[in-house]
Design a protein around this ligand. Sequence first.
Ligand SMILES: [Zn+2]
Length: 243
Amino acid sequence: MRLLIIGTGNAFSARRFGCSAIIQGPTGQIMIDCPDSYPMALRQAQEKSGWKIDQLAITDVIVTHLHGDHCNGLESLGFLRWLHHRETGASLPKLHLWKPVADRLWERLAPAMDQSGAAKLSDYFEIHFLNQERESLIGGMKVSCRGTQHPIPTSALKFKADGKVIAWSSDTPFDPSLIDWLAKDADLIIHETSPPPTHTPVELLNSLAPKIRLKMRLMHMNDEFDPASTTIPCLQEGEVISI
Ligand SMILES: [Zn+2]
């Protein structure tokens, strides 16, 4: 698996894009979360990394929750791919969400996308539910999800392929049981940090066992975050990680 970091900021950041990444799996290119200004974020990550990303070639999108800094780009992505689908017959992107997240998605998108009642969610995306009870096969990777204690339904994720595992906390307060779930078998743990109570302060991540911290990288930083406050490396936009 290869991972391109697209955005690393929190909801209020003026210096970073919202948290997002592209994973190249064995059979697909998967975008994790779809924040504001994602086309510009993709372009800048592409320029920094040399990894060419074509918005029309993204096969799958996983949305962890419906806070805008994780999903505001869905309107743009949906319209772009709907127009491309109409012009060329190309496949719509698959959109994967935990069912409690999916249940309110159209409620959020419809005022901008229902074309006065003529269009529905399935005109833009092929919807698939993530299930806590079983793995989903996405882009050739086995993907599992687990709800976090964020104030709205939010799913953490694990990606497995080629005997390797990438874990993604999404937004969460500090939760040792979630960290146990993320760390089990993981080669890389991408964990959020931002001020509590709905997010995880870095001081609590600093107290974790060294074997967990060594596998951990941080995202979802606010602009005041001091990288010197921790030995856990902060992810950089445009960074490529091969696992
Ligand atoms: Zn959130």
